[in-house]
Design a protein around this ligand. Structure first.
Ligand code: NAP
Length: 248
């Protein structure tokens, strides 16, 4: 595969797995991160050892300036983006809706929803055949929580991912005639560090046996589907939200 892949939140977890696999398959990869430069650099080195180009770019993609600077850096160092994995996201501590605060919710929406709008904006401006681009593909990160609501624990997170399902539908149909395919993935419980933020670092191990497959998923299992959606093998797949929940 050739082209320039931008992975937001590519320093750890699912984003890192996707960046590594993209590099192994021949993409030039931009590994975006917010704070963990060390982890982003590890992903860059893996891709370079696999024979492709990679850069790590620090940018808070929940801000206008961050998203703008990220894609400007990609233009300058790798060339215009052809594939975007809108992955960066977070979760609040487990809690009830009756305990929520506006500040926490604002931060969650910005990180999980605004960031995907801003990065899609930058990507569409570069990919759109109506604006002189050569087309491309975008995969947004949702969650099975958007279907189940996560009552008693993560309703705010689930609602932020519900917004991504709707965003995916709207954006997909807005740009489908501009050479851009937009889809989303909806993973179930995946074994990453995000669960520590939710209050249970061992959630994948603890909840695994109760899941339909008897285990949580791996970041690499999500990456396989993301890379497929970004590739020409999925050339007629548009406005799909693909569950990667092991039956959940
Ligand atoms: P993770 O291991 O906690 O990694 C999060 C990544 O996002 C890190 O690379 C982090 O950068 C980056 N990030 C967070 N906020 C950012 C910002 N404002 N700007 C730039 N980068 C930012 O999480 P993960 O489990 O891989 O989750 C990745 C995505 O998958 C999220 O959208 C999450 O909601 C979704 N998801 C996860 C699961 C699951 O069970 N793990 C299930 C469904 C969906 P730093 O390293 O610099 O902090």
């Amino acid at each position: 595969m050739s082209g320039v892949l931008v992975v937001t939140g590519g320093s750890r977890g699912i984003g890192a797995a996707c960046a590594r696999l993209g590099g192994e398959r021949g993409y030039k990869v931009c590994v975006n991160y917010r704070s963990r430069a060390d982890r982003a650099q590890e992903v860059v080195e893996h891709i370079q050892q696999a024979g492709s180009s990679a850069i790590a770019v620090q940018a808070d993609v929940s801000t206008d300036d961050g998203a703008t600077a990220l894609f400007a850096a990609v233009d300058a160092e790798l060339g215009p983006v052809t594939a975007l994995f809108n992955n960066a996201g977070t979760i609040l501590q487990q809690g009830l809706v009756s305990e929520c605060s506006a500040d926490e919710l604002d931060w969650l929406w910005r990180t999980n929803v605004t960031s995907q709008f801003l990065c899609a904006r930058e990507a569409v401006r570069r990919m759109s055949t109506s604006q002189g681009g050569s087309g491309g593909a975008i995969v947004n990160m949702s969650s099975v929580h958007s279907r189940i609501g996560a009552p008693g624990a993560f309703v705010s997170y689930a609602a932020s991912k519900g917004a991504i399902d709707t965003f995916t539908q709207g954006l997909a149909l807005e740009v489908v005639d501009q050479g851009i395919r937009v889809n989303a993935v909806r993973p179930g419980v995946i074994d990453t560090e995000i669960h520590a933020l939710g209050g249970d670092p061992d959630r994948p191990k603890n909840i695994g046996p109760s899941l339909p497959m008897g285990r949580a998923g791996t970041p690499e299992e999500v990456a396989q589907t993301v890379l497929w959606l970004l590739s020409d093998e999925a050339s007629y797949v548009v406005n799909a939200v693909v569950d990667i929940g092991g039956g959940r």
